[in-house]
Design a protein around this ligand. Structure first.
Ligand code: NAP
Length: 246
């Protein structure tokens, strides 16, 4: 389904990003595994992709850094020749009540989640225009749609990603580049494992399908949006949340 394509997945050493990277490779793509701090995991993911017979690279870059993103994309375009699929998955939380969120915690969540997504799209923009094809998939969140008490900074960053997605989709549609967002609900990863049993129970009671999501639920949808099968879908937000935001 993705043979001959090259994908760049941000934050792909762990969690949902790792699963997306492996799933895209499973469908035939070569994959650039971006990481920030998780070098060992990212190199292991790249090795797993190579063992599947695909090309891979693990590359360090904080998506919060504009110049570093530009350099990563320039280097990877030179190495792989083209990048057809950009998955903006890197994300962090710094949860607290609005009254207790520090300036630093508000800024760092916006810098990684929202500006990180902006940086990679900006640096891929001309390449996508020239190629006259491409897929951008941004990982938003149910929090960006419904809001979530204790996550104002995170929800604002994810709501921002939705606006960015729709604007970029309108700009790039004429060149056959689609831009979509996925809004996961509660997915079992490091990000959510820190929660108490009580908080977990509270969230479960809000999920109509009565189970938490797993990274594969998100990765298969990302692979579909990255494929030719989704060529007439752009500017959309696909909720994958067991029905939380219906
Ligand atoms: P996770 O297990 O905490 O992993 C976060 C990933 O983001 C890591 O690979 C991390 O890389 C990367 N990252 C963080 N800061 C980065 C930076 N500055 N530059 C590059 N990479 C960076 O989280 P996850 O659950 O897999 O979440 C993945 C995405 O899904 C996030 O955007 C998250 O907001 C979204 N999401 C998750 C859930 C959920 O329930 N889990 C729900 C909705 C949305 P390093 O380890 O290399 O630093």
């Amino acid at each position: 389904m993705l043979e001959g394509k090259v994908a760049l997945v941000t934050g792909a050493g762990r969690g949902i990003g790792r699963e997306i990277a492996l799933t895209l490779a499973g469908y035939g793509a070569d994959v650039i595994v971006n990481y920030n701090g998780s070098q060992v995991q990212a190199e292991a993911a790249a090795a797993e992709i190579e063992a599947m017979g695909r090309k891979a690279a693990a590359v360090q870059c904080s998506v919060a850094e504009d110049e570093a993103c530009g350099k990563m994309i320039e280097d990877m375009l030179a190495r792989f020749g083209h990048i057809d699929i950009l998955v903006n998955n890197a994300g962090i939380t710094r949860d607290n009540l609005v009254v207790k969120i520090s300036e630093a915690d508000f800024d760092s969540v916006i810098a990684t989640n929202l500006k990180g997504t902006f940086h990679t799209i900006k640096h891929m923009y001309r390449a996508f225009l020239k190629q006259r094809s491409g897929r951008i998939i941004n990982i938003a969140s149910v929090s960006g749609i419904l809001g979530n008490a204790g996550q104002a900074n995170y929800a604002a960053s994810k709501a921002g990603i939705i606006g960015l997605t729709k604007s970029a989709a309108r700009e790039l549609a004429g060149r056959n580049v689609t831009v979509n967002a996925i809004a996961p609900g509660y997915v079992d990863t490091d990000m959510t494992q820190a929660m108490s049993e009580e908080a977990r129970g509270r969230i479960l009671s809000q999920i109509p399908l009565k189970r938490v999501g797993n990274p594969k639920d998100i990765a298969e949808a990302a692979a579909f949006l990255a494929s030719d099968k989704a060529s007439y879908i752009t500017g959309q937000v696909l909720s994958i949340d067991g029905g939380m935001a219906m």
